[in-house]
Structures are given as C-alpha cells and as structure tokens.
Design a protein around this ligand. Structure first.
Ligand code: ADP
Ligand code: MG
Length: 727
C-alpha cells in the first residue's frame, strides 16, 4: 500500500527554506490590497480625508465602477506645497503623532496609509491649493513617491484627488471586480449614508460623463431634510425620531439619536445607517436586535430603514480593530444594544395607533426591558377594540393538501375603526351588563375557588425560582435555559405558558379586553378543519359526513353558550356562528391564530358545561392551551426543519432532464420560509419579553411542575467553576 501512496521523493526531508526580508514595495502592495479592498474602500478613504480637511462640499465622479477613475474634489484646507513630497508615503499623517492620540482622536483618518496604499495599486494624481495662494500644484504618485516635482497650475479652493486604473497591477482582483457590476451601486450607497449624517456638507456622486448626479444632497440643518433629499420622500415621510441616552457612572455612557421607519415603510432589505462617534460603521448585532423587534411588532414592515448616530466617550471605542475601520469595538456593547432595542420597541408600539394595545387597569408587566414604557392614554372610544399583533395573513396551511389561505379568508384583521355592526353589538352587551353587574360576576364563588386552588397548589421553591430567574435563551424548540442563583435549569416554555395563561384567565375573569377579528371566522368550517387534522384514515366519505355533523353540533352548542363565553371570557360568537373576538390574556400578546380550529374543537368537546366550576375551569384550560407559546406549526427553519421549505419535487420535475441536483437555495419556498422565520422570531421575542416578565409577576407554579419535567436542573455553576479552576 505504502509504495503506491506517493512518489518516494515527497518523503525526503527538505532543507528548511531560507527566510528573506520582503522588498518594501512588495510589503506595501500586500498591505495596500488590504486597505483598499474594492473601489468603494478607496472612495471612503478619500471622502473621509475631505471631511477631515473641513470641506463643505464633496463631489465624486466614477468611471467603470471605479476601476478606470475615481475622482474626489473638495473645498477643504488643501495640502501645503512642502508636504507634497511625503503626502503619499506610508505612515505619513497630519492627524496623529503618538499612540495615545488614538484615544482622543476626532478625525476619520489616523494611520497615514490610505493615500500611500492607493499609489501602490493605482495611479494617483493630486491637485491642491491652500488658503492665500495664487496658484495650486499638481503632482502624480506611484508606489508612495512623487513621479515628478509638483507643477504649478490653476486650481479652485481645496483638493482634487484622481485615482486611475485601480488594481492595474493586481490582475486577479481586477478580473473579479470587472465581473461584478455593483461597485458603482456600493459607492452610491456609501455616499448616501455619508450625506445624511454629515448634513453640514453637500455631497454629489455621478458617473463620468453623466449629467445627472445619483446622489445629490444640499446642506441642511434638518436631518429629515437630508434624508428626504437622498433617500426620497417615501422614506422620509415614514420616519420617527428615536433618542436614548445613558450616563451610568459604572461605565455605560452613551447617547443615540436617530430615525426609524414606521409601519408604512415596507422594503425588501433592512437599511441600517450607523455612525459611531461620526464614523460610518457596521454592527450586525445591533441590526439583528432591531430586526427582531420589527418582526415581532410590525411583521409586515419587518425590514426597516434605520439611521442611528451613537456617541460615546472616545476612550470607550476601539477604532483600530479593522483595517478599513469598518467595524469598531465598543465597551458595554450588549447593554447599549439592549437599551436601543427596547427604546425602538417602545417607539413602535406607542406610535402605531392602529396597533396599540390598550392597557388594562390591572398591574402592568414590569421587566428590565419594558420598565421604561409609558403607554399613551387610550381614547375610551377605542375601548374593547384590539387589532392583531401577529398579521394573520402570515398564517399558513396546517395541512399542505389544504389550499393555502383557507384560514386567511376568515381571520384577516382590519386596522380600521369598528364596523357598524359592532356598535349594535355593544348595545346588546350593555344590556347584558345591566342585568349582571360584572363586579359581582367576578366574585362568583366558583372562580374564587379555582383561584384558591391555584394558590394552594403553589410550590414555594419553584415560586422563588420563577420570581428570580434570568432568561438565558432557548435551548431548543420547547426548553428555555434559565439561571437562578448558581443553578441552570431547563424550563419547558409550553407547560409554563399554558399554566400562566390558565391562571391569568381565571384572574381576569369577566374583565378582559378584547382582540377584534375583523372578518368573523365561521365556527363550523374551522371545527371541521380541526377534525380533519385529527384524522388518521383519510378519504372515507361516511367519515366526512360524520365530521360535518359533529362540527355542526359543536357550533350549535357554542352558539348556545355564546352569551356566557362573551360575558365571562370575551370570546364572542355571533348569531351566525362566527367567532369575532378573543380575550387579551397577557398584554402585548396575541395567540397563534393557526390554533383557532383546535381551540374551538376543544371548547366544544372537552368542556363540562353543566357544572359551573368545571365549566369555568374547562374554558380557562382551553384558552390556556390555545394561548400557550407552542412551537409554531411551521418547522423551525434554523435547524433540520429547513428541509420542509424545499419545494416539492413536482415543481422541479420539469427541469429534471437538465440534471438531478437542483441547487438547494433556488429551490426554497421563500415566502413560506420568511413566514416561518417571522413566526419563530415572534415567538422567541414573546418568550423573552412577555412570558418571562409576566411569569415573574403572576405565575404560581403548581407543585406538579417540580416533578413532571417542566423544570430540570442541568448544572450548578459552583461545580462548573470548580472544573474551570482545574483547567
Ligand atoms: P490619514 O488620513 O490616516 O492621515 P491618508 O493617507 O488618508 O492618511 O492622508 C495622509 C495625509 O494627507 C492626511 O493626514 C492629510 O494631512 C493629507 N490629506 C489627504 N487628503 C487630503 C485632502 N483632501 N485635503 C487636505 N489634506 C489631505
Ligand atoms: Mg485618510
């Protein structure tokens, strides 16, 4: 075997190769390739230099996506004649002299590398004039040095830098860039971002020879005006201002101001224009954190436009972690992101009248992230009217053989005012109220007994844990990881939320606010849907008949009980057998509408209607199960579940002759996938921001939870620390 494996020579030990010092020009070219990665990086460096030179007008001209020509002209202070010889040498800068200056720097540049780098990978020509001079100078550079003495020439105020034939000597890079068409787009994007932040500077960007500029901003004291002039009216008119600041003496000091889009702004991609200490940077953690809030709050507008400017003490930012300074590292990054996230969330909820959930008079959920919230007073006219937080049009088929959208038809929420028929309903309702004073109803002894039952079953140790635990994250689809003192637990969020919803239903008995479904949903059809889902032996016609009869019977039963359901549970079923309202069990939370059919079936089948106490318990349990935070019916796309979103083979069958392997990505059902992503993001958000904070306040965990796997201790940190100590 060995003889076959490789030629004998490969095993002969080699002399160690000689270590040589690289020629400086090679070193410089390697470094240059890192600083100037694409044309847009050159533009960024040049524009930053112009900003550092106190310019008030910066104009960019680009040819061939920047490969042929990048020309940046400014009206800044210019470069002195005597500095021109070393202008493009590596490590020549007017902005930094000693290392410590890095931490008190207010300029964009500091490495003295950008211009030098450009001369190693392109032909650079500088024309510049300083104040008080009658003429300017022009000089070209190559590999860091002047190609000739500066020539006197006519010049307008400031500096013009031309970068020609970028990457002329890095063939591979030039080839890849030539094939990509979006470099000019990247440059336009960069200047758009710069323009809205530096609104005291006018920017323009055009293609060489073009009359019309693709970016054109004018100096304006109002940020919104500059956003309008760059991104257009459609963006500017849908923005809200946000501000956050913190001056925690323990170190988290920052302020942020910005603009974020509202529910009317709908786009395919999130745009986050982020400046930290006036530096254009990227921060994917912040972007993701805000996207989660949007997906949970405004799912239809879940790709927002965001402009944010964060200022921190200079010593809290390390600007020196990335060669192009594209990313920075911040002290207290997590806290800052979390504060911004919760402010954005607050803003979205408050601003969006049609979606504002009216606060109930009961205790308000307090949590670290929601404690800042101060909801606006709600007009009494809107009382009782709720709109969906989850867009029900995001609902999906529970059975792929059902036509998609079957449920949608029934459950489209409207965000407009109450339809006429509801006002007549409220008349009916007030007459019921006169008969039964709701105060008394809430004192019904059977409900009191049920609540007393909950209290007496409560496990004191678990109560302590639930009150004081910290949510760490989801461990899988059902279990959350929580920390309490020095212990880590796995907590079953389905069980916990089911119990919490059940208990809250009892506590809010007869005092619910309502979630209004705009298009009432026909009971019979929904129950039938649920029955079909249960079905194991398919296609039996007699069976179908039977199911229809069961569905009808259940509908009639629920219609009979409608008055009671409405009065005590705010589950409204109208005389046509349609469901039109559901109770709010926890503020900020709407149940998964995919579970309505199952809920109705459960009400019809499982409730003991004759005995008052058993009946209240049964309905509360059905509501508890419906509102529990089950995993969404669509498989989790972040795990193995992704397979589910691969389109069925039938659709790709036509193509099979072109080769069996159709690329996975192209074959994903993107709509379904994004529905699923939204549903999962929404749920995770609710678990963290609604379930855990509410549990801390309201849940009385029954003793059974200590032994039925709802809480499982997985580790004790003391033991873990001991293990680490040994390492
Ligand atoms: P850095 O910006 O890190 O100092 P650069 O290589 O980008 O390094 O620029 C080197 C120096 O050239 C700057 O420090 C600045 O003094 C000068 N300079 C570059 N561009 C301009 C400009 N547009 N106007 C005036 N001075 C400039
Ligand atoms: Mg610079």
């Amino acid at each position: 075997m060995e003889e076959e494996a490789s030629p004998a020579t490969a095993n002969v030990p080699r002399e160690p190769p000689k270590i040589q010092r690289l020629e400086e020009s090679v070193v410089n070219r390697i470094a240059a390739g890192e600083v100037i990665q694409r044309p847009v990086s050159a533009v960024k460096e040049l524009v930053e230099n112009s900003l550092d030179a106190d310019s008030s007008s910066i104009n960019v001209v680009v040819k061939d996506g920047g490969l042929k020509l990048i020309q940046v002209s400014d009206d800044g202070h210019g470069v002195r004649r005597e500095d021109l010889p070393i202008l493009c040498e590596r490590h020549t800068t007017s902005k930094l002299t000693k290392y410590e200056d890095l931490f008190s720097l207010s300029s964009m540049g500091f490495r003295g590398e950008a211009l030098a780098s450009m001369t190693y990978v392109a032909h650079v020509t500088v024309t510049t004039i300083t104040k008080g001079q009658i003429h300017g100078y022009r000089v070209s550079y190559r590999d860091g040095v002047m190609e000739h003495e500066p020539k006197a020439c006519a010049a307008v105020k400031g500096t013009q830098i031309m970068v020609e034939n970028l990457f002329y000597n890095i063939i591979a890079r030039r080839k890849t860039l030539q094939n990509s068409s979006d470099d000019y787009g990247k440059i336009v994007d960069l200047l758009s971002r710069m323009a809205i932040h530096h609104n005291n500077v006018s920017f323009s960007c055009r293609k060489h020879g073009a009359v019309k500029a693709d970016v054109h901003s004018v100096v304006s004291p109002s940020r919104i005006d500059s956003i309008r002039s760059v991104y257009g009216v459609s963006v500017a008119k849908n923005l809200m201002k946000v501000e956050v600041s913190s001056s925690d003496p323990s170190g988290c000091t920052f302020d942020m101001e910005g603009f974020i889009s509202n529910s009317n702004y709908v786009a395919k991609k999130t745009i986050l224009v982020l400046f930290i200490n006036d530096r254009l940077v990227e921060c994917s953690a912040l972007k993701r954190a805000i996207e989660i809030v949007y997906a949970a709050t405004l799912p239809k507008a879940s790709k927002p436009f965001l402009y944010m400017s964060i200022n921190l003490p200079r010593e809290h930012v390390d600007i020196n972690i990335h060669p192009t300074k594209k990313e920075v590292s911040l002290l207290n990054q997590e806290i800052i992101i979390e504060m911004i996230q919760s402010e954005v969330e607050l803003k979205l909820r408050n601003a969006n009248d049609t979606r504002t959930f009216q606060e109930q008079k009961v205790e308000y959920i307090q949590s670290t992230l929601t404690s800042l919230r101060s909801d606006p007073p709600v007009s009494p006219l809107l009382s009782g009217q709720k709109t969906q937080k989850i867009p029900v049009n995001k609902m999906v088929r529970t059975d792929s053989s059902d036509p998609a959208g079957r449920l949608h038809a029934f459950l489209q929420p409207k965000s407009q005012n109450l339809p006429d028929k509801v006002s007549s309903l409220s008349v009916v309702r007030s007459s019921i109220r006169q008969r039964r004073n709701p105060k008394e109803t809430a004192d019904l002894s059977s409900v009191q007994e049920l609540i007393a039952g909950v209290d007496s079953c409560c496990h004191p140790g678990l109560l302590e844990t639930v009150r004081n635990c910290t949510y760490v994250g989801m461990a899988d689809d059902v279990f959350a990881l929580v920390q309490y003192n020095t212990h880590l637990y796995l907590a079953n969020v389905v069980n916990l939320s089911k119990e919490l919803m059940y208990q809250q239903t009892l506590r809010r008995f007869a005092h619910f606010n309502a979630i209004q479904l705009s298009d009432p949903a026909p009971l019979t059809e929904l129950i039938l849907l649920a029955l079909k889902e249960d079905d194991l032996d398919l296609g039996n016609e007699k069976d179908d008949d039977l199911k229809e009869r069961i569905a009808e019977m259940n509908t009639n039963l629920l219609k009979e009980k409608a008055e009671m359901l409405e009065e005590y549970f705010s589950v409204h079923i109208d005389s046509n057998g349609k469901l039109s309202r559901l109770p709010v069990i926890l503020d900020q939370y709407t149940p998964d509408m995919d579970r309505v059919p199952e809920f109705l079936l459960c009400l019809g089948n499982d409730v003991e209607w004759e005995d008052e106490k058993a009946c209240f318990q049964g309905v509360s349990a059905a509501i508890g199960n419906f509102y529990a935070m089950h995993p969404p019916l669509l498989p989790n796309p972040s795990g193995d579940g992704i397979q589910f979103y691969t389109k069925r083979s039938e659709s790709s069958q036509n193509k099979t002759d072109s080769g069996g392997d159709v690329e996975m990505e192209e074959n994903l059902d993107q709509d379904l996938l994004s529905d699923a992503e939204n549903a999962w993001a929404q749920r995770e958000w609710s678990i963290q921001h609604v379930l855990f904070p509410s549990m801390r306040l309201f849940l009385k965990p029954p003793a059974s939870m200590s032994s039925n796997g709802t809480f499982v201790k997985v580790a004790s940190l003391e033991k873990l620390y001991k293990i680490f100590e040994r390492c």
